[in-house]
Design a protein around this ligand. Sequence first.
Ligand code: HEC
Length: 129
Amino acid sequence: MTPLMKPTCLVILLLLACTPASIARAQDADAGEKLFERCVACHTVEQGGANRVGPNLWGVFGSAAGQRDTGFAASDALKKSGVVWTDETMSAYLERPRAFVPGTRMLFAGMKRADQRDDLIAYLKSVTR
Ligand code: HEC
């Protein structure tokens, strides 16, 4: 190796050391955006977006289930569930909605793959706050 190549190698090493995390996050949200096609018939995500079959999802993370001021009439099952939406509760609900919140009116069979739920949650977090 010539002395001149050394700075180049250092730059490449630094790039390799610094980028994987950010690349992974971008890929997650991108994959999640495609997975959201399974939700879009019933949900919008943008601030002030319409309620469809289900409520608009703006501000859903950190909120108590069924308690946001969206104008959507959530089921008693959801409102009284005591669930607060975190990565963990969202993942459990999306895996099997009616097992996690018995009596919920969300007619979605569930997303079995944990990696897909993680991607979807990364996307949702990026667009609902
Ligand atoms: C067939 C329509 C339908 C589909 C598809 C659907 N949902 Fe829902 N969703 C609903 C309904 C209806 C509710 C309200 C449930 C209740 O009141 O019990 C709901 C509630 C929710 C809530 C709770 C909101 C709150 O205010 O607490 C979240 C989060 C959610 N859905 C996310 C999703 C995601 C993410 C997907 C895609 C994987 C999805 N839903 C697919 C109809 C749907």
